[in-house]
Design a protein around this ligand. Sequence first.
Ligand code: ZN
Length: 434
Amino acid sequence: MASKEPERKTKKTAEKTAKRAVKKAARKHPGVVIAIVVILLVLIAVGVVLYLKVDAVQQAINRIIDPPSETATVSGDGSGNLSGGGDGASSSDGSGDTPPKVTTYGDKDLSFHFLELGNNYTGDSTYIKAGDVDILIDAGSRQNSAATIAAEVNKYCTDGKLEYVIATHAHQDHIAGFTNTKTNDGIFKRYECEVIIDFALTNATSATYNNYVTARDAEVALGAKHYTALECVRETNGAKKTYELGEGMTMTVLYQAYYETKTDDENNYSVCVLFTHGDKNYLLTGDLEAEGEASLVENNALPEVELFKAGHHGSYTASTDTLLKVIKPKIVCVCCCAGAVEYTQNSANTFPSQAFIDRVAPYTVRVYVTTVGTVAYNETKGKYEDTGFASMNGNITVLSRNGEVTVTCSNNDTVLKDTEWFAANRTRPPAWAA
Ligand SMILES: [Zn+2]
């Protein structure tokens, strides 16, 4: 302690002397002092630039070693390998001064449930659980499907409330379960529905359609909000284009021209919805056909998707290359009764059609189908008839949890190409070589 005091004094004296000398010099040679100050400033500037450059080089090296998933656009490798996309969470190691884009998945799951409908008719009903938010898209295919759908939905939705209900288009196989009969309550009656989004246009005049409108309007009278897809994309009358479902989760109604353009093909009126969870995307397009898919691609910067609900039940008229080459699906779920002759006697065109399989195969082997039908040839009528149905994969659940996407099915997890039905009814595309 004692020895510090004189040291400090000496230091102070030295400082004073130096300051005095500088002042003296400044008075004598002002130009020299200015020059020294300028040189010092230049040195500081050079130092800062060099520091930043070194940092940028370091960042570039880091990027080569460990590319961040946000910028790495995985070109379709066709392997269907889900782990190929990298995960956003691990890229946030925070080297460098620029904070890396952190992908937020939140602590809630997003799950898609492609439901069996309890009969041998092809139809759609997809229940989606986004954290605490419950969503139902379509309620086909017959009125009594509502009971089958509710039995599954109630495993996850315990408060009797569906925050969002979407009816994609006015065909029976999508809206029948919304309607009521004297003995059967439809979905609107079974649940408190908060927001109903449906097709902006229709040519439908069927009893099922009229019953749908009656049931929907009854729910609106009870307080539900009703918007068309066109109101959503235009954000008019209180409708939104994108709904926040929870941390890192959104549901966006995508524009396509048939929300406001008349067509003979009711399927093209389908409401199209894109879900996101962190950097993962999930696309459902109802029964949208080739023309609608072209419009969808033209009007939206569509991302690559983890999941695509097969267009129009795996019809040869949907899931076109125009759409697939953009979205490059990793998982495809087909809602249909495989091989049923409800719509066609041409076996190649029964759902899921050979053409659909051929187009999807280059992108993924992970194709799942809800139900399989049995058919028999009726000699008297000279045609095939549907005789029954069974679960193929059953209820298909696609779960997005913190950047991991998994598929589990109620019956089995066998992908389409490995099923007996496929071996007996379809030709293996080259991309699905055994
Ligand atoms: Zn349909």
